[in-house]
Design a protein around this ligand. Structure first.
Ligand code: UDX
Length: 467
């Protein structure tokens, strides 16, 4: 769904940009800002990725992005390189868009890519330039980047730092960059703020053209850094809250879907992010709530976010609940380690962490598939887009190339990512190919009456009994 972006106008040309890191975040920013009229060079250390992008191929699934990349390349406004000198040349602002994954040795954020990006860029900076952090980082990173720049930039350089967190969601990343619901600017001085206003001018113009406003919050480094972590912590808490209520519903016989609907009508609460199920995953929420706890602990404020540990535990428990339910429904012997599922065949529908994505990072569906496999079941996974990534990261699991193939001969079907294809599946047709008509709806996305009518034993998460 693309609406027209007005051509750049007004005095001066939009600032030339470099975008450091061409993963999910960086590629989307580079392509969108080229669309808004900037000249943009994307920089990455991975020559394979850069070659693909330079040929107009986006190596991950994101609706509308490949089209924008190709248009930027064709217009001559967008280019990609592995050479930091080339990326830096002539750019007024440099957007740091590298990953900040969870550390291999702990729960904090690994800032290795941020340090490498700054060290690579700094020697090529001259005169006054702005280095803008967009990656999700622990509080204190912007000041540290300032110190790194001072150490590695040449004498004639006068770099300033600003932090402008992004809030894009996979599956709607292009929209979120072109039409953000807010812009947060963490900067020290007026020059940085004015430069950022010019960087964001295309976004403001597009909003004005469409009769919208883009609220802008100007603040200090620490607040800008913390906003992103706080937003993700809030979203994760909201999901775990409804999943905790789902546990209560299972214990009391209440129905979590009705409960969530009733809660959502209170506009102080709102209906979004109240979908109970197998919980949150992906490249952001899980690692961001852990990084926030780790940083808060370092700063002596760990008690303030101790509840996030509980948020994480509730989320993990939902995954184990599916294993437990599978054992109950398949009438398997359970011990202290949970059910023993050898001799059973289970179809897992879903691998991506959410529908319309091929991203399998910390995906609840795959975590459950591994638990089922670990308990001895023969698991066959099917996911419309995430299949290849899942095969690469979890080669121990079985895979199917289609929904029906995954279900054929299965004693139990688990729906763990709410793809439209699964919602639309015909329960009567699937009933003919399975060995046992038992379905666990881990996303509460199926029409349980239709599945019951087709002879299935249906179990959602957040109901005590089959309806
Ligand atoms: C998230 C934030 O939404 C975004 O603002 C931030 O910039 C990056 O992290 P994303 O990781 O793309 O975005 O996924 P999101 O749509 O937020 O979903 C996260 C997870 O929560 C998914 O696994 C999803 O299935 C789950 N979820 C979401 C629920 O279980 N219930 C809900 O009600 C909503």
């Amino acid at each position: 769904m693309r609406r027209d972006v007005p051509p750049p106008d007004g005095p001066g040309t939009p600032p030339r940009l470099s975008v450091v890191g061409t993963g999910y975040l960086g590629t989307t920013y580079a392509a969108c800002y080229a669309e808004l009229g900037h000249r943009v060079t994307g920089l990455d250390t991975d020559p394979v990725k850069i070659a693909a992008l330079a040929a107009g191929e986006v190596p991950f699934h994101e609706p509308g992005l490949a089209e924008l990349v190709r248009r930027g390349l064709d217009a001559g406004r967008l280019s990609f390189t592995t050479d930091p000198a080339h990326a830096a040349a002539g750019a007024e602002a440099h957007l740091i868009c590298v990953g900040t994954p969870q550390r291999a040795d702990g729960t904090g954020a690994d800032l290795g890519q941020v340090a490498a990006a700054v060290r690579a860029l700094a020697p090529h900076l001259h005169g006054r330039t702005l280095v803008v952090g967009k990656s999700t980082v622990p509080v204190g990173t912007a000041e540290w980047v300032e110190r790194l720049l001072r150490k590695h930039a040449p004498d004639d350089a006068d770099p300033e730092v600003a932090w402008c967190p992004e809030f894009l969601q996979e599956g709607r990343a292009v929209e979120d960059v072109l039409r953000p619901d807010r812009i947060v600017v963490g900067a020290r001085g007026s020059w940085a703020r004015e430069t950022l206003a010019r960087v964001h001018r295309g976004v403001y113009r597009l909003a004005a053209h469409e009769g919208r406003d883009v609220p802008t919050v100007e603040t200090d480094f620490a607040t800008a850094e913390l906003v992103k972590s706080a937003a993700n912590a809030f979203l994760a808490t909201k999901i775990s809250f409804i999943n905790a209520m789902a546990e209560l519903c299972e214990a009391t016989g209440a129905d979590v879907a009705g409960l969530a609907e009733a809660l959502g009508h209170d506009d102080r609460i709102g209906p979004r992010f109240l979908r109970a199920g197998v919980g949150f995953g992906g490249g952001c929420l899980p690692k961001d709530i852990r990084a926030l706890q780790a940083r808060a602990h370092q700063l002596g404020a760990g008690a303030a976010v101790r509840f996030l540990h509980e948020v994480d535990l509730i989320n993990q428990r939902r995954r184990e609940r599916v294993l437990q339910l599978a054992g109950e429904l398949l009438d398997c012997v359970a011990g202290p380690n949970g059910p023993e599922l050898s001799g059973t065949r289970i179809a897992v529908l879903g691998a991506a962490f959410k529908p319309d994505s091929d991203d399998v990072r910390d995906a609840p569906a795959l975590a459950v598939a591994r638990l089922l496999h670990g308990a001895g079941a023969r698991v066959r996974v099917y996911d419309p887009l995430g299949r290849d990534n899942a095969r690469r990261t979890h080669p121990e699991l079985g895979y199917a190339d289609g929904l029906e193939q995954a279900c054929t001969g299965a004693d139990l079907v688990c729906v763990l990512t709410e793809w439209q294809e699964f919602r639309d599946a015909d329960p009567a047709a699937l009933a003919r190919v399975v060995n046992g008509r038992i379905v666990i709806d881990g996303r509460n996305c199926l029409d349980r009456y239709a599945w019951n009518a087709a002879g299935w034993t249906y179990r959602g998460l957040g109901w005590k009994e089959a309806a």
